[in-house]
Design a protein around this ligand. Structure first.
Ligand code: XMP
Length: 515
């Protein structure tokens, strides 16, 4: 088995593009690990990096509370590439000057290679002028000793710098975004020509290595895992199960906010995978605590708190547990807190705070995988398509789709309508291609007529969106005949609904969920 010891460390200073850097490297089959700006040089060194990339970020290096890195990191001895804020930080830490400019520059700008020679990053294959995406307020105005400017903008702003002696490189622009011409070439030069990576990362080797390393870390202790039915927690559980067998003990908390027949279906799947899962029906408790609550954030908070309480109670019963398994994936790592003291909790399934409270060590085997890689991994370890192709479902479940107060009766109404909508989409062959499709129950009554009687009932919304990553989404144009069938079925089959409406809003300006 080939050890996976080729790491590029990406130090995240808060740029919205950090994940894209990792993505670009992965496309070149180079493995990267994203760590937070406050990591020590020792921690960075522990990864034996082949190179370090310091990301962009929203701060100004001249602000007293700006994000900074341990200066010792620059002395580790491997090549360093600073991107945007990363270049300014490197400049400041090595004795140069960064000027805070009142004028922010955002957009595509043309830059010109400087110095009359082809430098090692902006190599010969790049024309002397090319377009790049800039997003910055500050400029490097005085270069640190040893550095040369290798390009400038039309206004004379330094747009890239290099110190070939020490292998330090800085780019004021973002090579990771598609708007930058030759961006891939530049990143490719850094990782292959400068860092000498071999570019042979692959998922199958990763699986074998990860299983071995989980085995040796866990030893004879036990691992506790909270399963949600979602892709990430399921794939991490099956992976860890392959490594430690029944030393993995899972807990599935039914909060009563799942879709029609979902808890039963999910439990059946887990059993067929041979996982050791304890089913905990806490739906009465959740319903009781949610009674009369209409504010979405309050709903989320109550669900989050209860989930942790129930999970902790169950996990404590597992003797010899030393590890808590979480299905954290790469995007979650990036979304985690950047500023000092910021919290990591993304949703209630990210059982934040529990590891310290229960004295458990955290096991996050999928930490450096992207969602599509998690799905591929699921296939490699022979998981069924029903699990690995499952669509995203929010941690607080139907609570954020049942607007107004949550009662068992309203949840059942919503479940029935939602099941019809998804069933008709599946029957028509469209469900697979849609990112998310679901119903929302509105606390709005309107007048209707059924047979000879007047009705005064609530309305249901059909929501379907297409998206790549849930950051933006487009409402899905579903055939009117299908919508008509769904509408008729819902009004005929679901008690308490006399009106069906279609959500035709994209994200932005709306969000995917209604709450
Ligand atoms: P929005 O509604 O913000 O949703 O456009 C983006 C994606 O996130 C899911 N979502 C959640 N997932 N806990 C979760 O685990 C939550 O509280 C939550 N809220 C939204 C949503 O389904 C969509 O895929």
């Amino acid at each position: 088995m080939k050890p996976l010891n080729e790491n590029i460390i990406i130090i995240n200073c808060g740029s919205q593009f950090t994940q894209l850097i990792a993505r670009r490297l992965r496309e070149m089959r180079v493995h990267s690990v994203i760590i937070n700006w406050d990591a020590s040089a020792e921690k960075v060194k522990s990864y034996s990096p082949k190179g370090i990339i310091i990301s962009g970020g929203p701060d100004s290096v001249n602000d007293p509370d700006a994000v900074t890195i341990d200066p010792e990191i620059l002395g580790i001895g491997c090549p360093v590439l600073g991107i945007c804020y990363g270049m300014q930080l490197m400049t400041k830490l090595t004795g140069g000057t960064v000027r805070t400019s009142p004028r922010r520059e955002y957009g595509v700008t043309e830059i010109q290679k400087a110095g009359g020679y082809n430098s090692s990053l902006l190599g010969e294959n790049i024309p002397s002028k090319f377009k790049v995406l800039m997003s910055h307020g500050d400029n490097v105005c005085e270069l640190p000793e040893g550095f040369t400017a290798t390009s400038t903008t039309e206004r004379g702003v330094i747009s890239s710098i290099e110190d070939k002696e020490r292998n330090y490189f800085g780019l004021q622009f973002h090579p990771e975004v598609i708007h930058t011409e030759h961006g891939n070439y530049i990143l490719h030069s850094f990782v292959f020509n400068i860092c000498k990576c071999s570019g042979d990362w692959n998922l199958s080797d990763w699986v074998n290595n990860t299983i071995e390393s989980i085995k040796s870390s866990v030893g004879n202790s036990k691992v506790v895992c909270g399963l949600s039915g979602g892709v990430d927690s399921s794939v991490s559980a099956v992976l860890v199960h392959k490594a430690v067998g029944d030393k993995l003990q899972c807990v599935f908390v039914n909060h009563g906010l799942m879709r029609l027949n979902e808890p039963e279906a999910v439990m059946k799947e887990y059993e067929s995978l041979g996982l050791n899962v304890k089913y905990v029906d806490a739906s009465d408790l959740f319903l009781k605590e949610l009674e009369g609550v209409t504010d979405p954030e309050q709903k989320r908070k109550i669900i989050g708190r209860l989930f942790i309480d129930v999970f902790e109670r169950e996990a404590k019963k597992i003797e010899g547990a030393e590890w808590l398994l979480q299905g954290t994936i790469y995007p979650d790592v990036i979304e985690s807190g950047l500023k000092k003291g910021a919290a990591l909790i993304k949703s209630h399934h990210n059982v934040g705070g529990l590891p310290e409270k229960m004295n458990l060590k955290l096991l996050e085997p999928l930490r450096d995988l992207f969602k599509d890689e998690v799905r591929k991994l699921g296939k490699i370890i022979n998981m069924p398509d029903e699990i690995i192709e499952r669509k995203p479902f929010p941690g607080p479940g139907l609570a954020v789709r049942c607007l107004g107060s949550i009662t068992k009766e309203r949840l059942d109404t919503l479940r029935a309508a939602d099941a019809i909508f998804r069933e008709e989409l599946k029957n028509s062959g469209h469900y697979g291609g849609i990112w998310q499709a679901f119903c929302v129950l509105l606390p709005v009554r309107s007048v209707g007529v059924m047979g000879d009687s007047r009705t005064y009932s609530e309305a249901v919304v059909l929501r379907a969106v297409n998206s790549q990553d849930a950051m933006t989404a487009e409402w899905t144009r579903i055939d009117y005949d299908i919508i008509d069938k769904v509408s008729k079925r819902i009004c005929n089959e679901v008690q308490g609904i006399n009106r069906v409406v279609l959500d035709v809003t994209s994200k932005p300006p709306a969000t995917i969920e209604w709450e």
